[in-house]
Design a protein around this ligand. Structure first.
Ligand SMILES: Cc1cc2nc3c(=O)[nH]c(=O)nc-3n(C[C@H](O)[C@H](O)[C@H](O)COP(=O)(O)OP(=O)(O)OC[C@H]3O[C@@H](n4cnc5c(N)ncnc54)[C@H](O)[C@@H]3O)c2cc1C
Length: 486
């Protein structure tokens, strides 16, 4: 018997251009892992993979481009399942690359908590062979415009380079931090003493004993504390946030996730909360830390989110999210030790309230804060913004996104988490139909999946998306079977 495979007429006809060119906007962890998987899994179907990313390296993005050595991953290395199909790849690399030898402080009783920039180096090593071979092309430009022309995407970068693509993936990650209204009308002198912690010179010129106000009390604020500690700062630090909640520490002891959250009955925020409380009580009765319950909850968080009706999702975001976040996004042990020492000695304090204004008073800044019990003031020399990304206006936070939004290609989601899409990441048109050539990857796709911030969840979404794209691009083939006559 003889089998002959013939490519479809559609693809035979397209001799002037490759059949499937994929462009990715954003080359942080998300864009990089998608590019790698497209090349590895789709070498037959995908002809070009181009990543627009203004940073020098792919795979780092906002989180892992830290030149600074004092900020660490919030997750133990064995849980950073960054490479689909190779869950221990990062842990193995830490050992074989000698990184743990030069950074023995990464090893703690709670696990290995490596430096964030080392994760960036790991991702660079993953991408290097594909960049060297030309299988992935890195265009070091920010995208300025995206248009739809003749069923193709036309993408133009900041230097005017334009490429055409059949499939476009938006992996633009975290939007800038939200800015309290009190910062809107500062005079230039005052404004110069207020910096976003991600700004390159945010910590320059801070004196050792300068009192500091950090706006925000989440993981970014803990990073800021670690960086202050590293530059020898020993002055007072106030962490200010509306909730006054701070991230919880990790547990030692290597416990496995505890609890089963798969039940379809957990379709309301109230039932979910009751189930979490009951499971924590069960765990504690058996000497298992509450962290294990949140680890189990995280494993099922996407299913749970999808099972919640819209009103219940909104209730969760309004009432429970802040508590979920501080238990789910835990601080690395090294940061926890710095915070604990600061709180114990009274050098660090946490204030609950709203920043309402900032005034200059001689060499100091006076920050006015509205609290539950009235108002108070914090005197400081510098203000560091660690408020976390503002996702509510994601669809309009960049010029090219605004253009796509105006053209009806992308839409904001009703929860203010990112962009409207389905669980594979396909964008939804105004009619709710999925667009099979325009995808959203990573954190801005949270509206569909709920939990999509950490590396393991992004890796899983990337793998699903790539498989879907490859499946759609697969050359249609006909198999003719010629049987010998009998
Ligand atoms: C400070 C911080 C620490 C974190 N730590 C951890 C951790 O320890 N463990 C964990 O699992 N998760 C962590 N996360 C969660 C994080 O969401 C993911 O791990 C992951 O980094 C998200 O990557 P991303 O590529 O989607 O986004 P980003 O890292 O934000 O990258 C987006 C990229 O898109 C590029 N871009 C944006 N606009 C354009 C444009 N117009 N044209 C071209 N390029 C563009 C940007 O330059 C950027 O490099 C952390 C997040 C932050 C912010």
């Amino acid at each position: 018997m003889l089998k002959i495979r013939i490519s479809s007429p559609r693809l035979q006809a397209s001799t002037t251009r490759p059949a499937s060119r994929v462009a990715i906007i954003g080359g942080g962890y998300t864009g990089a892992i998608i590019a790698k998987l497209l090349v590895e899994r789709g070498f037959r179907e995908i002809d070009e993979v181009t990543v627009f990313e203004p940073r020098d390296q792919l795979g780092c993005g906002l989180a892992y481009d830290a030149q600074n050595i004092d900020v660490r991953l919030n997750v133990a290395a064995h849980r950073m399942r960054a490479i689909p199909g190779a869950p221990t790849a990062f842990l193995d690399w830490l050992q074989t690359s000698g990184t743990l030898t030069v950074d023995p402080q990464a090893i703690t009783p709670e696990g290995i908590f490596a430096r964030r920039r080392d994760f960036g180096r790991f991702m660079q090593a993953q991408l290097a062979p594909f960049l060297d071979s030309g299988a992935i092309r890195h265009v070091r430009q920010a995208v300025r415009t995206v248009d739809r022309q003749n069923e193709q995407w036309r993408i133009t970068g900041s230097s005017g380079d334009t490429i055409l693509a059949d499939i476009l993936i938006l992996a633009t990650g975290h939007p800038p931090a939200s800015r309290p209204a009190a910062l809107d009308r500062l005079n230039p002198l005052t404004a110069a003493r207020v910096s976003d912690v991600f700004a390159p010179n945010a910590f320059n010129g801070i004196g050792n004993s300068d009192p500091i106000l950090i706006v925000g009390s989440g993981l970014t604020a803990i990073d800021a504390l670690s960086r202050l500690n590293a530059i020898g700062h020993n002055g007072n630090v106030t962490l200010l946030s509306r909730t006054g909640l701070i991230p919880r520490p990790h547990a030692g002891g290597g416990f496995s996730p505890f609890g089963d959250f798969r039940s379809t009955e957990l379709a309301s925020a109230r039932k979910l909360l009751a189930k979490v409380r009951a499971t924590i009580a069960d765990a504690q009765a058996q000497g298992i830390p509450w962290q294990s319950v949140f680890d189990a909850l995280r494993q099922h968080a996407q299913e749970l989110w999808q099972g919640l009706p819209t009103g219940e999702r909104q209730k969760f975001l309004r009432r429970l999210r802040r508590f979920y976040d501080v238990h789910r996004y835990r601080m690395p042990p090294q940061g926890a030790a710095i915070l604990e020492l600061g709180l114990d000695t009274g050098r660090v304090r946490v204030e609950r309230g709203d920043l309402t204004s900032i005034a200059q008073d001689g060499q100091s800044l006076l920050a006015a804060i509205e609290t539950r019990n009235g108002s108070t003031e914090v005197r400081c020399r510098r203000i560091l913004l660690a408020t976390g990304p503002e996702s509510r206006s994601y669809a309009i936070h960049q010029r090219f996104l605004l253009g796509m939004h105006r053209d009806g290609l992308i839409q904001s989601d009703p929860f203010g988490l990112g962009l409207a899409c389905d669980t594979v990441g396909r964008t939804l048109t105004v009619t709710g139909a999925p667009n099979t050539s325009l995808f959203i990857a990573g954190p801005p796709a949270r509206p569909a999946l709920g939990e999509l911030t950490g590396v393991p969840e992004i890796a899983a979404q990337a793998a699903n998306m790539v498989d879907r794209i490859i499946c759609c691009c697969a050359r249609e083939t006909r198999t003719i079977v010629i049987s010998p006559s009998v």
